[in-house]
Structures are given as C-alpha cells and as structure tokens.
Design a protein. Sequence first.
Length: 202
Amino acid sequence: MLARLEKMMILLVAFIIVLSLAVSLAIAVSISRGISKPMKEMAEAAGKMAQGDLNVQVVVKSKNEIGQFGVAFSSTIRSIRAYIEDIKSNLEKASTGDLTVESTLEYKGNFVILQNSLNLIIASMRDLISGIRQSATQVAQGADQVSNGAQELAQSSSKQMNSVQSLAAKISEIMSHAQKNNANALSVNENVKTANEEICFE
C-alpha cells in the first residue's frame, strides 16, 4: 500500500513537472513569437527604408519594450517622411520663382541642420536674384546715360557745325567786302594818278 502510494506520488510529481515544462515551453514560444514577429517586421521596414521606400508602416500591438521600440520606429519614419515632403515643397516653390518661402516645420535633433541648410540655400538664391536685378537696373541706367550723352554730343556737334558754317559765311562776307574795298582803293589810286598827270601837263 505504501509502495503504491509512493508510486502515485512519483507519477503526480512527474506529471506536474511535465505539465510545468509544457506550460513553460508554450509561454516561451508565445514570448518568442511576440518578440520575433515585430522585430522581423521592423527589420524588413528598415531594409525598405534603406532602399529609399518611406511608405513602410510598422504596426506593433504589444505594450512592452518591443512595442515601445515599434512606436518609436514608426514615429521616426513619419518624421523623415514629413521632412522630405517639406524640403520637396519648398524647393518646388523656389524653382517656380517664389523665393519668399521658408521652412516652418519643426525639425528635431540633427535634422535641424538640414532645415537650416535648406533655408540658407533659399536665402542665398534670393540674394543672388536680388543682386542680378540690381545689376540689370544699373546697366539699364548706364545705357540710358550713355544714350543721353550721345544725344547731347550729337546736338553739341550740330551746334558747333552751325557755328562753323556761320563763321565761314561771315569770313566770306568780310573777304568779299575786303576785295571790294581793295578794288575801290585801286580805282581811287588810278584816279589820283590820272589827276596828278593832268595837273603836271597843265
């Protein structure tokens, strides 16, 4: 009877041990699956991100450390996607001539450097275009001044030409009077000679 009771006790202990092992194994498998499946999904998502695909989504339902990691991973993907969309939008506006744009999205961490670089590029383009416009205005003003100077020079040349022609006409007129005076003087001289000769003969 005692031997039978001992045998039953041994069987019960063995059953409890086997049952405990089975439950432990089931729990271990469940935990393993709960860890490996989300980690596998996140690894696949990270691989797609490395290839440039930012449309990946990671859904982790657990609330343990793996779940927290999954939430952080999904948040990172959304942030990168938002940064890229912001950069794309601002550069498209700048390419159409709108250089008043400025990134107002809140960048975080080291991504702030990227935002500052984007704003600096747009500001540099704005300054460059402004400088080109100022130079073009100055060139146009210089061209107007040259044109006005050329017109004034032409008018001045025309006035000088008229003055020279008028002077030449006056000189010609003076020469004509001088020739007439000379002819008159010669005539008077001849008359004087003739008169002297007539006086002498008398």
